[in-house]
Ligand binder design. Structure first.
Ligand code: ZN
Length: 291
């Protein structure tokens, strides 16, 4: 699933393309993905897109009084197509035999769930093989409520050391990695960036929160935005099945220190990177560099 840096990359690219365009038509091909009532269409069509933003791992299209909220989940993908370019973000279409389908050769295709058509004849395709992704509409007051129910953005100025301590202290027995993944406290950090931030801070992922010294908590608090910003700069992390919003692979994979590198040499000390399952998630660390 794309995490904060990958979604941020998609959002920045889409914002460049969609800002100030009007949605002329919407073709829904799947009610599981398109969760907007038919009666709401009148509140979307003809409306100008003020901005495309990110909240947690979601893509938010700001229409003024209404907000379209999209989640790509495991296999969702957005492809923007105009006369001159094709821009894709999310997971490429993976066929049941494991083959990846060339993007844009066939649009719409059988995995296209929703099509947005704009006033300049460009279009945005929401494709999803497994249909876990979704699109919802919220009026302004509902959106504010929804926004308030999500954890803090780790790149915002609200993510203070005081806040970080406040969310950690009630859960002394939780492993620090699982605490980082708790979306209702901090939004957008997933498996990749939790492992990387803990490496950067020199803390073993399975340490219980109560064993962390104040200096270690501060180190981790500093490492989180640093790792995320660096990943955004490199347009996110691409494995086999992720392409960024230019239809290309993100480059951050080259800079990963531990995630996805089990048994490979630690880039810092040369010892093999270790991997265990923690809370059902593959967890990577260096036993030598992390205490
Ligand atoms: Zn090491």
């Amino acid at each position: 699933m794309p995490e904060l840096p990958e979604v941020e990359t998609i959002v920045r690219d889409l914002n460049n393309q969609l800002k100030n365009k009007k949605i002329l038509a919407i073709e829904s091909r799947d009610k599981k993905v398109w969760q907007v009532a038919a009666g709401e269409l009148k509140n979307i069509l003809g409306k100008k897109i003020n901005a495309v933003k990110r909240r947690a791992k979601m893509i938010v299209i700001d229409l003024g009084e209404r907000y379209l909220i999209m989640h790509l989940k495991m296999t969702g993908q957005l492809v923007y197509k105009n006369k001159v370019s094709l821009i894709a973000g999310g997971q490429p279409t993976r066929l049941p035999d494991g083959q990846v389908r060339g993007e844009g050769k066939e649009l719409p295709n059988r995995f296209t769930r929703v099509i947005f058509k704009f006033n300049d004849r460009s279009a945005l395709y929401f494709n999803d093989v497994r249909r876990f992704g979704w699109i919802k509409l919220a009026a302004r007051d509902k959106f504010i409520e929804f926004n308030g129910s999500l954890g803090l953005e780790p790149l915002s100025s609200d993510f203070t050391l005081e806040y970080f301590n406040k969310i950690l202290s009630p859960r002394p027995k939780t492993s620090i990695k699982q605490a980082l993944l708790e979306q209702k406290y901090i939004a957008g950090i997933g498996n990749i960036y939790a492992d990387e931030a803990l490496f950067a801070a020199g803390i073993k992922p399975f340490r219980r929160v109560k064993t962390l010294k104040p200096a270690e908590i501060k180190k981790l608090w500093l490492a989180i935005p640093k790792v995320l910003r660096s990943a955004i700069k490199h347009r996110g992390t691409s494995f086999n099945d992720y392409v960024d919003a230019q239809g290309e692979t993100g480059n951050f994979i080259k800079y990963l220190k531990v995630y996805g590198r089990a048994r490979e040499d630690c880039k810092n000390c040369g010892q093999p990177v270790k991997k265990i399952k923690l809370g059902g998630r593959g967890t990577h660390w260096c036993d030598n560099c992390q205490k």
